[in-house]
Write a protein that binds this ligand. Structure first.
Ligand SMILES: Cc1ncc(COP(=O)(O)O)c(C=O)c1O
Length: 362
């Protein structure tokens, strides 16, 4: 290209999203495909969300509330924090990008596990920072390895709990010990996109068992258990001084009105939330049992997805399954060539996944 790109940005590989249903159906000339590739909620979302969105449609000629006031005040009450501790975003992706922009000077380092959710690396490079990657140990975050990589240039550390894509977790004790080894001026981003699905009480939950430490920024999303991925709403809970920086640089209307209304309504439906969590747990139990019977090894998981080892080129299996109308995720781009990641769906979708997998493998 004749134009000079930023050096950091030319090394970014585009984010590989899960294939949308419509694209697969068009490409393979099939109908009724199912998608278990992006850890979404197959149950849809709360009926209260429909009503709230319809109600707000009449105001769509107006700009949204810049501060997402109603949403943030509800979140503040739920998590016993102040409203100035919360920044809402166009998905938690938005908050990740804002943290990188707000706290990295060119050449500053951000630590993260390798592989990680790809938006960490993309956001850090976009902000002209340097991602410093620490390989997983036994499919889990290597906290000791992260500590070893801390340097005078370290500004951010990304922790994902539960971890995407492996489903592994960090306990409260492990996290507390880690915290003591991190310098006072380093921000620790704890991405809890899947925390609602955790069944093990020993797992660290930064809002349930807060450590009262101004370095910790919690990220949460409405895209997973609440089923609002298409609306794009996530948020960060953080020290008010960090929040103030993000508020200076975020787009003034980064969460649109329908998304704000949808998220507020979703918070008001505990029944849907509980049912979604139960459906994910039942789905995991079913998948583990079925895959176990087929002799397929799965990694333990505390989220709404699992990784399975096919001991063969998983991308070929992934492509074959696409033709059968079942979209899962090949883990090749994460360096796990023999693994697929599948999230739990409805009972019928889970059964359809097993049926398609048997057809491809046996
Ligand atoms: C670990 C992790 N963090 C953040 C996100 C992004 O969530 P959002 O849809 O809120 O941008 C995802 C989405 O897949 C994720 O897996």
């Amino acid at each position: 290209m004749k134009f000079k790109t930023s050096r950091q940005i030319s090394t970014i590989k585009p984010y590989e999203a899960g294939k949308p249903l419509s694209e697969v159906e068009r490409e393979y000339k099939i109908t009724n495909a199912i998608k278990l590739a992006s850890n979404e909620n197959s149950l849809g979302f709360s009926p209260k969300v429909y009503d709230a969105v319809l109600e707000h449609m009449k105001d769509m000629n107006r700009y949204p509330e810049s501060s997402a006031h109603v949403l943030c005040s509800k979140l503040a009450r739920k998590f016993h924090v102040r409203q100035d501790n919360i920044v809402a975003g166009n998905g938690s992706d938005d908050i990740i990008a804002l943290l990188a922009q707000g706290f990295l000077n060119p050449g500053d380092e951000a630590l993260m596990p390798l592989p990680s959710f790809l938006m960490y690396e993309i956001s850090v490079k976009t902000a002209k920072g340097v991602p410093v990657m620490v390989p997983l140990t036994d499919f889990s975050t290597n906290l000791e390895g992260l500590v070893e990589k801390i340097s005078s240039k370290t500004r951010l550390v990304f922790i994902t709990n539960p971890f995407n894509p492996t489903g592994s977790t960090i306990t409260y004790d492990e996290f507390s010990a880690f915290l003591q080894k991190v310098p006072e001026d380093v921000i620790i981003i704890v991405d809890e996109a899947y925390i609602e699905f955790v069944r093990n009480d020993a797992v660290y939950n930064s809002l349930k068992n807060p450590l009262q430490d101004s370095r910790i920024v919690t990220l949460r999303t409405f895209s997973k258990v609440y089923g609002l991925a298409g609306f794009r709403v996530g948020y960060g809970i953080m020290d008010s001084e960090i929040a103030e920086i993000l508020n200076r640089i975020r787009q003034p209307f980064n969460v649109n009105s329908l998304a704000q209304a949808a998220a507020v309504a979703a918070l008001g439906d505990e029944k849907f939330l509980k049912n979604s969590i139960k459906t994910a747990h039942d789905g995991l139990d079913f998948l583990f049992a079925e895959l176990g019977e087929l002799g397929i090894h799965c990694l333990p998981t505390q989220s709404n997805f699992l990784m399975l080892d096919l001991k063969t080129d998983a991308t070929r299996v992934f492509e074959h399954m696409l033709k059968l109308g079942v979209i899962v995720r090949s883990m090749k781009s994460y360096g796990f060539n023999t693994f697929l990641r599948v999230n739990t769906g409805t009972k019928e979708e889970n059964k359809a996944f097993i049926k398609a997998l048997k057809k491809v493998l046996f």
